[in-house]
Design a protein around this ligand. Structure first.
Ligand code: NAD
Length: 280
């Protein structure tokens, strides 16, 4: 079903790798809601991923850009405005990668070159996207930029490693740039803090399965699926959220406001009983 929430709007969607990607699902919903889009990803992801299938389905052009490269971003924004026939109304930053997570390097033994790469790819890239868009005056007034975050920005999740710092910086950039872009051009910048989601980036975090199930039991509504995250992104691109900016918005089934749930308490009691029995 379509409500044509994005009728006549144009946007760039970064980060669709395969059908599990949050960006993949957001592209599908945005187009269903009437938007015209350009898809972008890093050159290596374009070679390895399945983005051309999505491009066909969405009638979209694919333009490669390493989101850490200003020349790549300048080329992407200029070409997107040509292809789409005007300025943009929305951008989805759905980008994350940590070489320390990939190589299972413990946080306390971090490799600092990797750490800097994590921050550049997963956080500073949002600043670079916003700076390029602003310099090229590529986004219409009341346009909306959304980046995806995770609650490890506020609370410790050990397996998330240096991505926690990246997400804290990402959320801060959304506030700091959102302030300036709001005054300058009425462009909105927000982050969505999403539940654990089984994607390539998500499943790469050590202990993902365990904390996926833990979060599911802690959240009154359960973990938020990727499809619903896509719907939420689209509402933030739409004119129904025109005065929302500089926010980190939890899309997590209530996880962030829950101290402990009865289900988790029951699990703990069962585990204690089993330990007591095995000690008899
Ligand atoms: N999966 C989860 O549990 C979860 C939870 C909260 C937030 N997020 C965030 O959602 C976003 C999307 O991740 P996903 O879960 O859909 O996984 P995904 O692996 O499908 O997407 C990550 C994307 O980042 C892209 N990328 C990496 N380096 C890049 C670069 N240099 N330039 C451009 N693109 C680059 C990858 O090619 C990939 O398409 C990320 O920011 C992630 O941290 C994910």
């Amino acid at each position: 079903m379509s409500n044509q929430l994005l009728k006549g709007k144009k946007g760039i969607i970064f980060g669709a790798l395969d059908e599990r990607s949050i960006a993949w699902k957001t592209a599908q919903v945005a187009v269903r809601e009437g938007a015209q889009i350009v898809l972008s990803n890093a050159p290596i992801a374009l070679r390895m991923g399945k983005i051309n299938e999505l491009a066909k389905e969405c009638n979209a052009q694919v333009i490669a850009a390493d989101a850490t490269s200003i020349p790549d971003l300048e080329n992407l924004f200029s070409k997107s405005m040509e292809v789409l026939g005007g300025k943009l109304d929305f951008v989805l930053h759905s980008i994350g990668m940590s070489p320390n997570v990939r190589k299972s390097i413990p946080y306390t033994d971090t490799n600092y070159d990797n750490f800097l790469k994590t921050l550049d790819i997963s956080a500073l890239s949002l600043h670079k996207v916003l700076q390029t868009a602003m310099k090229l005056d590529a986004i219409n007034e009341w346009g909306s930029v959304v980046a995806l975050s995770y609650i490890a920005a506020q609370k410790v999740f050990p397996g998330y490693n240096d991505m926690a710092e990246a997400k804290a910086i990402l959320e801060s950039i959304a506030r700091s740039f959102g302030y300036r872009y709001g005054f300058a051009k009425k462009v909105r910048v927000n982050t969505i803090s999403q539940s654990p989601t089984a994607t390539t980036a998500g499943s790469g975090v050590s202990g993902f399965d365990a904390f996926y199930h833990y979060a599911d039991k802690m959240s009154p509504l359960g973990n938020a699926p990727a499809e619903d995250c896509a719907n939420y992104c689209v509402t933030l691109f739409s004119d129904f959220t025109r005065y929302v900016t500089m926010q980190n918005l939890f899309h997590d089934g209530g996880f962030s406001s829950t101290g402990v749930s009865e289900m988790i308490v029951e699990d703990m009691l069962k585990a204690q009983e089993m330990i007591a029995k095995s000690n008899v």
